[in-house]
Ligand binder design. Structure first.
Ligand code: FAD
Length: 479
């Protein structure tokens, strides 16, 4: 059954806008167009919207009252955290009739339970603030990504974010013990339990995680903390082929087990771009290898990670699966290696337009996928340059494709939909997913409709209708 097209809801009346402004008080209201601009435009410049009002509540009670009023008046609400999302989910549509609800003032750490290994953070706390609080308590909050200084824990959970340590610790979902959520009609679900076990029916918390602001507004989360590793060893390696890299991953995973905390891969072109454009770190191996990896092991006791990494790489070198390797001798060197990896996405700006795909595949399929995708991309745009990199250990590839040198940027970007459709068809045929960690938002909504089964779409629509019967929460996103 086809899904209905997106229609804007009701424009808010002047009286409603005054009522909403009164809920937060002047400190939580952004009316001026220039002040609203940062909330209306996304990081990659792909979407720019308009809002009737931007509100910045700083208590759960204020969020509840805002939703109650908007639900009664059938006015759309777009939840927003740090505005680092990459699929346009946090940006209102161009109609100017929606309210942006920013959580950035709802940012307290409510409590830390060191002995129980958990903390409660409000949704607008940045990921870095949560990591730092855990670290101050001698523990680790293992979610980690390049946007961690700006993205919020609410946004991380709403998108079920991934990042660089998923291979060891899992996605955002696995870090959650409980949630406090405000429903579309303003009712508050207080699920801030720190219980490891709770089998009392459907898991509403797990439905909320990854729902991209379409089922409720997350206002706080009880998060699991884990022991902080005592020793970390980081290596940058080159491999003669994707198959060789894949074997290095399999061997490392088998031998290091839970000590393996990151296995990131970078194509030759991605590393060439880094060598040209990253000013703050140098590529430590010669250019020209077909593929590179960044490998990190972390251990609970000293003297374990470094010798194990050395032994693994020495064996991989003997069997010619690794052609070159450097192991960071200091924390500074390790940070420099990570800087190369973290800037992979940003540096593509220097090479003109980039068409991006955040995909997941069974790990064994990745080498064949990369070969076949290159041919598919060349058919859509001869001369386009694939720049794949990503979280190999999770089967998550950022299959970004830079424009041919000299081509007009806008002409190239006009090929976004045909290129994405062709790449996604291949992903689908290989048993993969068209969104590994960024979500669906506005960008992939049509692709979700095209590729998800009708039965799954029907269930999703039923869930949406149960949580948000008037469709006021992030209308036109995801579904
Ligand atoms: P926003 O962008 O503000 O919102 C994202 C979505 O969540 C929207 O649909 C919004 O409506 C919804 N939302 C936000 N807050 C709430 C709330 N409290 N309740 C309900 N819904 C809410 N992502 C990864 O997964 N892994 C990476 O490695 C990674 N690296 C990145 C690197 C860079 C440089 C950048 C710019 C982004 C990266 N991202 C990555 C994407 C992004 O940082 C994540 O999706 C992040 O989780 C979004 O958090 P945010 O607070 O910025 O959310």
């Amino acid at each position: 059954m086809p899904l209905p097209a997106y229609h804007p809801l009701m424009p808010p009346s002047a009286a409603l806008l005054d009522q909403l402004a009164a809920v937060t008080g002047p400190a939580g209201v952004v009316r001026d167009a220039a002040d609203q601009a940062p909330y209306l435009k996304e990081w990659r410049d792909r979407y720019t919207g308009m809002a009737a009002l931007v509100l910045r509540p700083n208590t759960t009670a204020q969020v509840s009252e805002i939703l109650r009023l908007c639900n009664a008046a059938r006015v759309g609400v777009v939840p927003q955290g740090g505005n680092t999302g990459l699929v346009g989910g946090q940006i209102p549509f161009e109609s100017g009739t929606e309210i942006v609800l920013s959580t950035t003032r709802l940012n307290r750490i409510r409590s830390v339970d060191r002995s129980g290994g958990s903390l409660i953070a409000e949704a607008g706390a940045t990921l870095a603030a949560v990591q730092n609080t855990a670290s101050d308590a001698g523990l680790l909050f293992p979610l980690s990504m390049a946007s961690e200084g700006s993205c919020t824990i609410g946004g991380n959970l709403a998108t079920n974010a991934g990042g660089i340590a998923v291979v060891a610790y899992g996605t955002a979902r696995r870090q959650v013990l409980g949630l406090e959520v405000v429903l579309a009609d303003g009712r508050v679900i207080d699920g801030l339990t720190a219980l490891e076990k709770d089998n009392t029916g459907y898991d509403l918390k797990d439905l909320m995680i990854g729902s991209e602001g379409t089922l409720g507004v997350i206002t706080a989360a009880a998060l699991r903390l884990v022991p902080r590793p005592v020793e970390t060893a980081t290596a940058f390696v080159s491999c003669p082929s994707m198959d060789a890299l894949s074997k290095v991953f399999t061997e490392t995973k088998a031998r290091a087990g839970t000590l393996l905390t990151a296995f990131e891969f970078m194509s030759a072109r991605a590393v060439e771009f880094a060598a040209q454009h990253v000013k703050t770190a140098r590529v430590p191996l010669p250019l020209g290898s077909p593929v590179y990896a960044l490998i990190e092991l972390s251990a609970p006791v000293a003297g374990m990670a470094q010798p194990m990494l050395e032994s693994l790489l020495s064996e991989a070198s003997d069997t010619e699966r690794v052609s070159g390797a450097v192991i960071a001798a200091t924390g500074t060197q390790s940070a420099e290696l990570w800087r190369l990896r973290e800037q992979m996405s940003e540096i593509q700006k220097f090479e003109g337009g980039s068409i991006k795909h955040d995909i997941a595949l069974p790990i064994s399929e990745i080498p064949r996928f990369l070969t076949d995708a290159e041919a598919i991309v060349a058919r859509v745009c001869p001369g386009a340059r694939p720049v794949p990199f990503g979280h190999f250990g999770d089967g998550n590839i950022h299959y970004n494709v830079s424009q041919p040198p000299g081509m007009d940027r806008q002409v190239y970007l006009a090929l976004w939909d045909p290129m994405s459709r062709a790449v996604h068809d291949l992903v689908d045929a290989r048993g993969g997913s068209i969104s590994a960690e960024h979500g669906i938002g506005r960008m992939k909504r049509d692709e979700l409709r095209r590729l998800k089964s009708p039965a799954e779409l029907d269930l999703m629509r039923g869930i949406k209708a149960a949580f948000d019967p008037n469709g006021i929460l992030n209308p036109g996103k995801l579904l």
